[in-house]
Design a protein. Structure first.
Length: 188
């Protein structure tokens, strides 16, 4: 595992310069050719069984004290088009492996957003700003949330989700992903 010796205090230069609102990013692997292939086959190739394997690997990185696992939501149109939310499938696998509850309906995407691939950081942030909401029935107050996604690129999506969850009263939000892009040029 590429990050097995990294502690929570190991931060990138950007995070040291401007501390993030989340409680850390925990990635199973560094984004590269193999991680890209797995993610693309899961997301676009319908290889949903990959979610179970990916989720089991990610569960080993669960931050201690987590109360609830939430997937990054898709907009309903994208969910209908794709037929599944890969982050929700992965979150369910992480939940089974870790014993922490998950609920894919707590966080929702309130509007369709463009595909972020190929966009710069500022454009990504603009695209997802205000695009998420907590379900009115959800209880996130004073909970330590683990937000699950497949790939962490710029953090724009997870930052927008984190802002929404913290505004709803969550105690903390940690990010758990399959692969983390270490070189932003690799994601374009």
């Amino acid at each position: 595992m590429p990050f097995e010796h990294a502690g929570i205090s190991d931060q990138c230069a950007d995070c040291r310069a401007q501390p993030p609102r989340h409680a850390g990013v925990f990635a199973a692997v560094a984004y590269g050719d193999i991680a890209r292939t797995v993610a693309l086959r899961l997301k676009y190739g319908g290889r949903i069984a990959f979610a179970e394997t990916v989720g089991r690997q990610m569960a080993r990185l669960m931050p201690p004290g987590a109360d609830l696992i939430l997937p990054v939501p898709l907009h309903r149109w994208r969910l209908w088009s794709r037929g599944f939310n890969q982050a929700a499938l992965i979150a369910a696998s992480v939940a089974r492996a870790s014993g922490v509850a998950t609920d894919p309906l707590v966080l929702r995407r309130t509007r369709a957003t463009p595909m972020l691939r190929g966009l710069g950081v500022t454009a990504r942030e603009r695209a997802v700003k205000g695009a998420f909401a907590v379900s009115p029935r959800a209880r996130v107050a004073d909970k330590a949330i683990v937000l699950v996604d497949d790939i962490y690129t710029s953090g724009a999506t997870t930052d927008a989700c984190t802002d929404t969850l913290l505004a709803a009263g969550a105690r903390s939000v940690a990010i758990l992903c399959w692969a983390r892009v270490l070189d932003s040029a690799a994601s374009d």
